[in-house]
Write a protein that binds this ligand. Sequence first.
Ligand code: KIV
Length: 259
Amino acid sequence: MSPSATPAKITAEAIRAMKARGEKIAALTAYDFPMARLLDEAGIPLLLVGDSVGMVVLGYPDTTHVTLAEMEHHVRAAARAKPRALLAADLPYRSYETVESAVASARRLVAAGAEAVKAEGGRAILDQVRAIVSAGIPFIGHLGMLPQHVLEEGGYHIKGKQDEERESLLADAEALASAGAFAIVLELVTSAAAVEVTRRIRIPTIGIGAGPDCDGQILVSHDLLGLWPWYNLKHVKPKLNAAEQMRAAARQWKLELSK
Ligand code: KIV
């Protein structure tokens, strides 16, 4: 690359092509300008304004409280970083119950700066997925444990343990790929089921708590950075203890003030 050449903007097609090259896809959540800019500067190719913003930033107990207006607000903030990374955003709870609402909600996120959208579900939302893709909006699927269903399901449970669940996961993944999704997040899925889905479909799988063998991995950045110290998650080894560093910095500054 010549010194003056700027690296090309990452597209949905570029993310998809990483699977064919056997290149692992690293994806992280970003909910605001500094996080999007820092993670982009670190070379992360896929950033997600996840509805996990509701828990780790807004203090809700789960993602079912997040509104489309809140998602637009955070997408606008992250998009101001003008990342080279592809910037995807979650369609929040109940914003894609019909084909019409799905397309309208996806368009609002795109108008706010998202370059792709993600929604939870497989065959149950196939008409919505087809309509979003037909509207020219790149789409990421999300299968396995679906956080927007946590209340019906009574918690965050691992999927794909039984044959029937594995078959259903495979059928959902194949349906999403045929409907035009360019990647699928697999959340809290057994490693064996994740391997099977990853082998079976041509688009990348991006795992979270789904073992090491997906085409990529996604994490909530707060978990990676130790910025959310109140839960211990099995699938994340924090690379930083930012929460303790923040407390220590604040204590130190307070002490210095009173000297
Ligand atoms: O909202 C989110 O952060 C997500 C990731 C966990 C995949 O959907």
